[in-house]
Write a protein that binds this ligand. Sequence first.
Ligand code: PHE
Length: 466
Amino acid sequence: MEKKRAQWSSKLGFILAAAGSAIGLGNIWKFPGRAYEGGGGSFLLIYLFIVVLLGIPLMLTELALGRASQTNIVNTFKKLGYKQHSWVGWIGVIGAFIITCYYSHVGGWVLRYVFSYAFEAPAIYRDSLGYFYNMLGLHADGTTSIPWTALFFAALFMLLNAVVIIRGVEGGIEKFNKFGMPALFLLLIILLVRSVTLPGAEAGVKYMLSLDLGKVTVNTFFSALGQAFYSLSIGMAILVTYGSYLSKSEDMIKNTAVVCGMDTLVAVLAGFIIVPAVFATLGSGEVGKGGGFAFVSLAGVFAEMPGGRIFGVLFYLLLLFAALTSCISLIESIVAFLTEEFGWTRKRTTIILCLILFLIGCLYTCSQAAIPLKGIWYDGVNGITHPALCDFMEYLTDRIMIPLCALGCCIFVGWVWKPESIIAEVEQSGFRFRLAKAYTVLIRFVAPAAILAILILSIFSGVTLS
Ligand code: PHE
């Protein structure tokens, strides 16, 4: 007899877990930099437009696929009667696997920085780049060593994930998010108030509200599109898996809109924290994006800000919660696949999987500076190149695997399984899908065209997706 499948115990549990997956490092350290580059307010508008037009329908599609099939993403296609489309699911889990290898290590660095600001803030302020490199095993005299500190904290971060996941969907993931997400919002509000009340912050706030159309280019659209996908966790196995734990009596449209809304709210708030704080302390033009910015340049902001050390600890705690809840969703989707397909126990699967993910992740951390490991990449501008393994892992997932899996889902739903099936799934238990016609056009034509454009552009013009 089949075992009863795990389910979220409440609507709130699901919403917080899905929002926890979506709200991650992407929202807090990537979004503000991109918003700054795209002209502040004008980027926000474009981003909102994309979330509404593509983000919500695509998230709904993945969640509904999961809820209809009641299984992990690889098995979803088989269960719906289209085994030949399982490749989409495979890209999803393999992509989630690779992302987790590095996401968990970056999560470890974030954990390290919570302690760094608590105990070693002066050392960071003295030489933030040196401090960061030192953690990664590159020293001031040019010598390198194995980055034991970074690896140790990555192991600790992974352990936190494993503890939550072993406890299961309801007892672990749902419970953790019920505590982690409110904590995250509280930290956001504290940091927001600190940032916008800094002397000189108004210029940053104004910038974020200004419509500087001169800064908007075609790339701004693609930047917003890539950001929206990454930020909403679209194009990986995650949403299908989380949807599969959702009760049939839930209103999927409302839930999806709430999750997308929360994700966008956090990204926008992070923009209003970081941009004004940088304007007030380092001056405009210093807003950067990505890990280097979060670990290095932001130190200047905390050094200048009254009470900076405490706010530094709070900021990295915020990042830590964001990273944990996203990483948990990534690992859960692989665990769901392994336990269901091979019949392994949750505990054993989680322990072995986390160990493997951590070990592969060590190559990611070591290739930052300590060991010259390389990948292989091709793009239309630079031809064949050999980027550092760490960059290669990010390229491969952000630029190829995420859009490919998302495209596969759109084509499957739009043309094979048919939008009517999603509409029927959504309309279960008496809900009405008012925009069903618009959804059909979007999923069949607009979404695949937009995703195809990102895929081609990212390969041929070297434009980054994340
Ligand atoms: N959405 C997460 C973020 O914004 C990242 C993520 C991507 C998580 C894909 C899971 C799957 O950081």
